[in-house]
Write a protein that binds this ligand. Structure first.
Ligand SMILES: Cc1cc2nc3c(=O)[nH]c(=O)nc-3n(C[C@H](O)[C@H](O)[C@H](O)COP(=O)(O)OP(=O)(O)OC[C@H]3O[C@@H](n4cnc5c(N)ncnc54)[C@H](O)[C@@H]3O)c2cc1C
Ligand code: SF4
Ligand code: SF4
Ligand code: SF4
Length: 745
């Protein structure tokens, strides 16, 4: 039979993860004892963590130390509040707090000269063990005559209780350079007395009372009042504050990103969904198609890669089973919403959640706006949109489809309702204004996309797409799936200037779309069933109003022959819905000088051209309509977010982002299935720093040199009588969850 190796003995350790708490006195070696325990388990091939918990204690003051053991890397840096193993190095420490958080059945190992019988009836519910480690260590000359160091001795008893053979201890001590202490450990191994718990029936766990109160600095044996009060010379004191995380600040929809990602990190997907539903009616949609400005702003980008927020949002949207709830209001208002795209849906959603009655008037036969008619199925499967829509409509929103609203209708709707939100999207598609643009094989990209969504069509030969935005990229990738042999995307500026989502451009190129930057069609000629497109090379000219250098046509040209030309040059946001005498000031409509309860939202108001902007704009319109304010400014729009420099990167292990699972179809023709499968699980959430949002990690508490911070009921309290205002806690906080504030006298 093969001999067991040290690593194999890890199998003997039950119930991992294991948390160990050591209580000792300054000078007894309690902190080293916890380190030795960690060293022992580390020898067994397990992950360990250990640290002491003490401030400026002198010899003899009570000290705690902790060890964590697990098979997986340990991320939790809190103090140990619920130890599975409790080692008490001094019997006199057996005060009322010592068993706090220790559940029946846990191990309690006590250094005492008393035999087990002496404690009869006191610790029956625990696995209780005693040994006289002080006598053994003294006998073996460990420490000095006055200060006996017992840590290496007590570990011998601990190994015996764990069922580890002496050989393991032998190897560990040799590895740790403690071979000379082994005889004492062996004596402890041989003499420790162990009693198994008497009560085996499950008993109610000892309530996890609040951690011990903050102990005064000079406290030794009893909790006597300390004499070292701060006095009035300290001028500042730490305060636990919540600061805006940059992801929250950057999300145009207003999502509480740090909130939902942290909820996911804690495994609470129901809370994550509830938080998202506050602002986000279309999580499955945005989780797929959002350009994710939150990720551009993420502080983790400056460390090892932004948190993959978009795909975490998708995960929540796709898996949430709960539905958003509706408030009860005594006198609900009745609001008309014109347009059933993301902006109109968001406005109706927020109005309904607030308990009001919303009716959507939609010109088309379905809800969703561009989501239903423009964005292709391989990026946004219709069933995903449908799921979000069903959740929205479940709030009791009415939808009147195929009901276009015209000028006269808008005035009537305004009279018949308490308010109106107009969210009709962009206006007409722009054209090139060149010869040949009206030929049969030239088509607006939006019309092409909408038609293919209804019924895929067959293309062949070369397709030229003109434009650099999302519509252009979607046209190009759709043309490939309709069977085009080649797809060339012509853009008048540099590739880096293309407004389309960067990942989508990369995907299109990966699929074979050729991007021709610095080119613009200047004429199109008929060539039988085909068309010749004359492309001019472009040069950067003088800067325009936006500060960008305007591309100018050069005399250098080339001609490409194409079977189809798709135009994706953008759309205007001019709208002709305003009745005579009406005007817009900001997003609100006026009749002469009279402010009307009519607000514009989404692309037709802001022209930002993203789904998340449309959602945020719809929410603000709903808030404005209920408060009759001119425009809604949210607190998060003004407060400064936590900067990367405020995050202690060194406190976090480097971990590359979990990437989306991308599928590269072998053949595109006819295949409109989704190409990005997102994340397999929510593990990515644990990469979030939780910028500006305390996670109760205890780092501040542990690092306070005065020991004047205590955690109670999920809150920290700094004892103002003893805090010296040194700011160590603030400097050590990994995530800017605490700041120094002036002390008010
Ligand atoms: C092809 C394409 C791809 C895109 N890809 C992305 C992307 O990947 N990510 C992203 O964030 N954004 C993308 N966008 C932009 C995004 O879709 C829009 O910014 C967003 O849909 C705007 O929402 P909205 O509600 O303001 O308008 P729309 O989505 O345009 O909805 C307006 C609705 O109003 C209805 N309507 C219009 N006039 C009337 C009327 N008179 N009466 C009643 N109803 C009316 C329309 O039928 C429509 O349903 C893309 C746009 C296109 C065209
Ligand atoms: S909607 Fe977009 S910006 Fe907002 S959290 Fe989701 S992915 Fe980020
Ligand atoms: S690390 Fe987390 S909290 Fe910080 S910006 Fe990124 S997602 Fe937001
Ligand atoms: S150190 Fe940890 S517990 Fe303290 S404020 Fe920061 S996040 Fe919160």
């Amino acid at each position: 039979m093969q001999a067991k190796t040290t690593m194999d003995h890890a199998d003997l350790i039950p119930d991992l993860p294991l948390e160990v708490r050591v209580h000792g006195r300054g000078g007894q070696g309690g902190v080293t004892c916890a380190k030795l325990i960690a060293g022992l388990f580390s020898q067994l091939g397990l992950h360990v963590q250990t640290f002491g918990d003490y401030g400026s204690e002198r010899a003899g003051a009570p000290v705690q130390a902790y060890a964590r053991i697990d098979r997986a890397p340990i991320r939790n840096a809190n103090k140990v509040y619920r130890p599975g193993h409790l080692l008490v190095l001094d019997e006199a420490l057996l005060g009322p707090h010592i068993l706090e958080g220790v559940e029946p059945g846990a191990l309690l190992l006590l250094n005492t000269p008393q035999p087990l019988a002496h404690f009869a009836g006191r610790f029956d519910r625990y696995r209780f063990a005693v040994l006289d480690a002080t006598a053994i260590a003294r006998e073996h000359g460990i420490g000095s005559a006055s200060v006996v160091i017992i840590n290496t001795t007590i570990l011998g008893a601990y190994a015996r209780i764990l069922g580890l053979p002496l050989k393991v201890l032998d190897e560990a001590y040799a590895h740790l350079g403690l071979a000379s202490d082994l005889p004492a450990a062996e004596a402890a191994f041989a003499t420790v007395e162990i009693a198994e718990p008497r009560e085996t029936a499950p008993a109610a766990p000892t309530p996890h009372a609040a951690p011990p109160p903050v102990m005064p600095i000079l406290q030794h044996r009893a909790d006597t009042p300390a004499s070292l009060k701060t006095g009035n010379w300290s001028s500042q004191i730490p305060a636990y504050v919540e600061s805006p995380a940059p992801c929250n600040h950057a999300c145009p929809a207003g999502n509480d990103v740090v909130g939902f990602v942290q909820a996911l990190a804690k495994g609470d997907s129901a809370k994550a969904a509830a938080l998202l539903f506050e602002t986000q009616p279309l999580p499955s949609v945005c989780g797929r198609v959002c350009p994710a400005p939150c990720m551009n702003a993420c502080n983790r980008a400056a460390f090892d890669g932004a948190v993959n927020i978009r795909s975490l949002e998708r995960l929540v949207g796709d898996s949430a089973t709960a539905t958003p709830t509706r408030e009860d209001v005594l006198h609900p208002q009745h609001i008309a919403v014109v347009g059933g795209g993301p902006a109109g849906l968001s406005a109706a959603y927020q109005l309904a959640r607030a308990g009001h009655l919303a009716t959507i008037y939609e010109a088309g036969p379905q809800l969703g706006g561009v989501l239903a008619t423009g964005i292709p199925a391989f990026r946004l499967p219709p069933e995903m949109l449908q799921r979000d829509l069903e959740r929205i409509l479940a709030l009791g929103i009415k939808a009147r489809l195929s009901t276009p609203i015209r000028k006269a209708d808008l005035a009537t709707l305004t009279k018949d309702h308490d308010g109106v939100v107009v969210a009709v999207g962009f206006g007409a598609s722009k054209s090139l204004g060149i010869a040949g643009e009206n030929l049969g094989n030239v088509e607006q990209g939006l019309a092409f996309l909408a038609r293919v969504k209804e019924m895929p069509e067959i293309l062949s030969g070369t397709v030229i797409v003109v434009g650099g935005g999302n519509t252009a990229i979607d046209c190009a990738r759709t043309a490939l799936r309709c069977g085009a042999d080649k797809v060339k995307l012509v853009y008048r500026r540099a590739k880096k200037d293309m407004p389309a989502i960067a990942e989508e451009i990369a995907e299109a190129e990966r699929e074979g779309v050729m991007v021709m930057a610095h080119r613009q069609p200047i004429a199109i000629h008929e060539r039988g069933a085909l068309a010749d497109v004359v492309l001019a090379e472009m040069e950067a000219g003088p800067a325009d109003a936006s500060g960008r250098r305007r591309p100018v046509v050069t005399a250098r040209t080339a001609t490409l022959t194409a079977s189809k030309i798709l135009l994706a040059l953008g759309q205007g946001n001019e709208h002709d819905l305003l009745p005579a005498g009406w005007s817009l000031r900001g997003a609100r409509a006026y009749h002469g000088e009279q402010a009307l309860p009519v607000y514009f939202a989404g692309d037709c108001a802001e022209g930002e051209g993203t789904v998340t902007h449309a959602i945020g704009s719809g929410r603000k319109a709903a808030a404005a309509i209920l408060t009759r304010t001119h425009a809604v400014v949210l607190a998060k729009d003004v407060a400064l977010p936590v900067a990367p420099g405020q995050i202690r990167f060194d406190a976090f292990p480097v971990a590359a982002p979990h990437a989306d699972r991308l599928i590269h179809p072998a053949a595109f023709a006819g295949d409109f299935s989704e190409t990005n499968l997102g994340l397999a699980d929510a593990a990515e959430a644990s990469r979030c720093f939780s910028c500006g949002h305390c996670t109760l990690c205890d780092t501040c508490l542990i690092s306070c040199p005065e020991g004047v911070i205590a955690q109670r009921g999920g809150h920290y309290r700094v004892d103002p009588e003893y805090c010296k205002g040194c700011g160590m806690c603030v400097a050590e906080c990994p995530r800017a969850g605490i700041e120094m504030q002036e002390k008010r006298v």
